[in-house]
Design a protein around this ligand. Structure first.
Ligand SMILES: O=P(O)(O)OC[C@H]1O[C@H](O[C@H]2O[C@H](CO)[C@@H](O)[C@H](O)[C@H]2O)[C@H](O)[C@@H](O)[C@@H]1O
Ligand SMILES: [Mg+2]
Length: 266
């Protein structure tokens, strides 16, 4: 990670490319509760157009479950890696293997719920991942972090604690956005394309590192400190404006965004 000044985001990537999108804090403004975010029709239309222009080489890379993503964006369904890559939908209409909740994570969730659960603290149970949201009670973030860190000692090895945006998450070590992006790049629809990844959070840093390693474009939204991303955008508004400009330029036919030799894959 570096504090070096970041390059402005290029107007458009050159050559065939693929788009990987974080959701919260990148495409959607944060809201008081995970269920309170708003997906507008304009965003749905923009994503559907970009997906078409990219011949299917677009995927959500998110900490949410894919079921939660589908609910938010319905009726739009896109390729997705959910739960930081623990879940995948590799084709638009393909199946998702939902990850179950291990008994020890369920017990921990109930324990934290008993101590902190209130209208101000939301404990989001996402199968093997537990997120404790303290946006409405920032004074409880320290205690929430302490509880999940203490639990690490009791759980089987293979879990880590990651600071979230106004909260904290406990997750398996193999939940990582970089690996999720690499998995998509092995698919025919993504072959030979340069990855472009937009994200806003600590959990996106691993994705930035992965795309940097393969000559992709890493773009961090609203960085608060050091980031591995090579480009920055100020906020969700700028991210949407950039995506909108990319889409419009392609509609105008003035970019090589779509390589016509690429077959549209399922
Ligand atoms: O990887 P992302 O797509 O950015 O998802 C990260 C987490 O986003 C959600 O929580 C965050 O957004 C909520 C809505 O704005 C906000 O209320 C919460 O404080 C944020 O932490 C989602 O609920 C999590 O499951 C994701 O991991
Ligand atoms: Mg995010």
């Amino acid at each position: 990670m570096s504090l070096l000044p970041k390059l402005p985001v290029p107007e458009l990537p050159t050559g065939p490319w693929a788009l990987f999108l974080d959701i919260d804090g990148t495409l959607l403004e944060h809201a008081a509760h995970p269920d309170a975010v708003v997906v507008g029709d304009e965003l749905r239309t923009l994503l559907a157009r970009l997906e078409l222009q990219l011949d299917g080489a677009l995927a959500f890379i998110t900490g949410r479950s894919i079921a939660a993503v589908d609910h938010l964006f319905q009726p739009l369904r896109l390729r997705a890696a959910g739960l930081y890559g623990l879940e995948h939908r590799l084709t638009r209409d393909g199946p998702v293997e939902a990850a179950g909740e291990p008994a020890d994570i369920a017990a921990l969730a109930e324990e934290i719920e008993a101590e902190l659960g209130s209208s101000d603290v939301y404990i989001e149970r996402k199968g093997p991942i537990l997120a404790v949201h303290t946006r409405a009670a920032p004074q409880l973030l320290q205690r929430a972090t302490q509880l999940v860190e203490q639990a690490l000692g009791r759980l089987p090895t293979g879990y880590r604690v990651l600071a979230g945006n106004a909260g904290v998450e406990l997750m398996p070590l193999d939940a990582a956005k970089g690996a999720a992006i690499r998995r998509f790049l092995d698919l025919p629809a993504f072959e030979g394309r340069r990855p472009v990844f937009l994200g806003d959070d600590t959990s996106d840093e691993n994705g930035f590192e992965a795309v940097n390693e393969i000559d992709g474009m890493s773009i961090r939204i609203k960085p608060h400190g050091p980031t591995a991303a090579r480009h920055v955008l100020a906020d969700v508004g700028e991210a949407l404006a950039w995506l909108g400009a990319v889409c419009k330029r392609n509609l105008d036919g003035s970019t090589g965004l779509v390589d016509p030799s690429h077959r549209r894959s399922p």
